[in-house]
Design a protein around this ligand. Structure first.
Ligand SMILES: Cc1cc2nc3c(=O)[nH]c(=O)nc-3n(C[C@H](O)[C@H](O)[C@H](O)COP(=O)(O)O)c2cc1C
Length: 379
């Protein structure tokens, strides 16, 4: 509680900085503050009912950090000490790129919303890999899983080339890999969600994973946009089932601009995240879970700022959860708080473990993510 108050005292000061400066400062603080200090400030003991076994991996709790926060994998040690069960680094591209001109992140505190049009600024795969090697060489490794989110450079005309090369380089270091085809800020990227291009791309990526990874390949996940119509969701579900894709992340930011947003904020180009995305992303999870009959594990993300909202996504079909925008408004104590609230909700409803609550809104669907067996069969 004391740390929550401290963050809320500091928030007006942080908000005097541009969002991007505040973000860089946060990453630096996470790199330079002793991890023992961070973990004693932001972590507390969690019940074992929150742990999730998925893809033959153990997630100590279901709350992860979404992609885009640590694009260059430079502050992973500090991030894990905030109590995340997993952290997704990236989006990383092959070549370094500057992204769109600043300003490119916009806050709307009264609606707990963010718009960003970053355009994958990052230091490129060589720097990313060097940072990752440094992190992985430190012992003991923090509890929790490490996801790596890969994307294509803006000037790439053959997407499979970038994604296969990134898989070759990074797969051995990842607990899971996310193929990001849903950021709205790279022209043409979202077209890869169409049936034909999606099938071609994922077929090539699965073949690359088979070739370049040994007996224990990391699961391959696909991250999708919330702005898909029912036909598109059905098409994508059938492709992912046919190709036996290991998992899906639902969702990225939206191009929607709800009427209640102030026009100055709403007129900024880019993807909207935070509170206005909460229900929309849950609905996509719901549809996808029903269409796939729980056969493809889902990581649910979009506008989560408390245990209730995380629980709603889990009951709708998500096995794990990620957060990003709410951290800006609620501070670094948020993962721990959501975990404790979730544990209370599970207890209230008589679930002995979080895994039992996955897809609880659809009791007719037997969820195969509730087992310890790896889902990754295709590699
Ligand atoms: C500033 C910012 C940068 C982001 N960058 C990425 C990114 O590089 N790759 C990605 O897959 N998603 C990125 N996202 C999307 C988030 O990972 C997440 O899917 C989305 O923001 C919805 O979650 P939220 O409402 O909790 O923020 C970014 C979001 C924000 C706000």
């Amino acid at each position: 509680m004391a740390n929550k108050n401290l963050y809320h005292t500091l928030t007006p000061l942080l908000f005097l900085l541009t969002p991007e400066k505040a973000h860089k400062l946060t990453l630096k603080a996470l790199r330079t503050t002793p991890t023992s200090l961070l973990s004693s400030a932001f972590q507390s003991k969690l019940p074992s009912s929150l742990s999730v076994h998925l893809w033959n991996r153990r997630f100590p709790n279901p709350i992860g950090l979404a992609a885009g926060f640590d694009k260059n994998a430079e502050s992973l040690g500090g991030l894990f000490t905030l109590g995340f069960g997993f952290v997704e680094a990236g989006t990383v591209t092959i070549k370094p790129q500057a992204g769109n001109p600043e300003p490119r992140i916009f806050r709307c505190p009264e609606h707990k919303a963010v718009i960003n049009r970053m355009g994958f600024p990052n230091a490129g795969v060589a720097a990313f890999k060097a940072n990752l090697e440094k992190f992985l060489s430190k012992k003991p490794r923090p509890h929790g899983a490490l996801g790596i989110n890969i994307g294509m450079n803006k000037d790439q005309t053959d997407p499979a080339k970038d994604y296969t090369s990134l898989i070759r380089t990074l797969a051995p270091m990842a607990d899971y890999l996310t193929v990001n085809i849903s950021s709205p800020n790279t022209p043409g990227l979202r077209n890869l969600q169409e049936k034909g291009p999606l099938t071609d791309l994922l077929t090539a990526l699965l073949a690359e994973r088979k070739k370049s990874c040994g007996v224990n390949p990391p699961p391959l996940l696909v991250k999708l946009a919330p702005d898909l119509n029912d036909t598109q969701i059905a098409d994508i579900s059938s492709v992912l089932l046919a190709l036996d894709i290991d998992g899906v992340i639902l969702t990225n930011t939206t191009l929607d601009r709800p009427d209640f947003l102030p026009s100055e904020f709403a007129s900024e180009k880019g993807g909207l995240s935070g509170a206005p995305l909460t229900d929309k992303s849950t609905e996509v999870i719901r549809k996808f879970y029903q269409l796939t009959k729980g056969q493809i594990p889902i990581i649910g993300v979009g506008g989560i700022s408390n245990g209730e909202q995380a629980y709603a996504k889990i009951r709708a079909g998500a096995s794990l959860i990620q957060i990003y925008s709410a951290l800006v408004y609620e501070g670094p104590g948020l993962p721990n708080r959501i975990n404790h609230e979730l544990a209370e909700l599970l207890k209230r409803d008589g679930f002995k473990s979080l895994e039992q609550a996955i897809g609880a809104d659809y009791p007719d669907i037997i969820n195969n993510t509730k087992t310890e067996e790896p889902h990754a069969k295709s590699a």
